[in-house]
Write a protein that binds this ligand. Sequence first.
Ligand SMILES: [Ca+2]
Ligand SMILES: [Ca+2]
Length: 268
Amino acid sequence: MLGGAAMLDTRTLMMFASSLVLSGCMVGAPGGEGDESNEDDSTAVEATRRVLLCEQGLSDRTTGWDKGLFALCDAVAAKGFELVKDGSYSAFGALNENGAYSALFKKLDTNGDGRVDGKDTPTKIHLVGFSWGGINVTDIADRLRKDSRIAQDRRTVTAMVLLDPYQPLSFHANIPSNVEYAWEYRQSNTTDGDCSSTVSLGLGFNGKTPEAKSWNTWCSVYDLDSFMNGVGHCDVPSRAKDAAITNLTKLEDYAPWDDHMQWCDVDD
Ligand SMILES: [Ca+2]
Ligand SMILES: [Ca+2]
């Protein structure tokens, strides 16, 4: 695992290389400067169909823990993304990862032949998950990476946002190598009265740190407790909403929080 200055140098080079390869295809690289007025690039990004799948935390349909998650997913849908819904819900339940994956596959298989390949509408995949659902979406990305029904060039996850991803047996939130951009927002310190305290015997759920599986993934993480007050586990979706919308719609880091960005560890 690496971090700090050595990683920054590598990332800076990677960003430069990416900007050469992707020139004209997307709005700059995350963290790039001064691109917001480039109307032509913006149009190019929006030309490709974009889908979004969201996953809730455990039992959130009864506890209401993930306040803000539905609002985030609906807001991104309002910006032109096709939301993969679970009936009337804007996100899938944490215990229905199979259902979520099946619904996503159907969304990608536009001609309904049971495969996702060049005969289907090109689609950029975006994933958002809170708490248990945050780990779910890393698993969903990995399923895409390994699914033999999907052509290699259709297995890419364009962007993923993890909101205090947590499962008790996970050491990290592993970011699979087929993910292009990943952002994580987490708490590092369980807040007094935290929603997760009672179910964890007071220990609380603090988001598992991300670990990217490829240097090709742009992966950054923000510890909300390091620069905001009163952020509990269940506050993360609402407190990170604007940042997440920027990430997903522009494929950029959220500029107001630039001073708090840290690179993910990488274990390839
Ligand atoms: Ca197909
Ligand atoms: Ca906290």
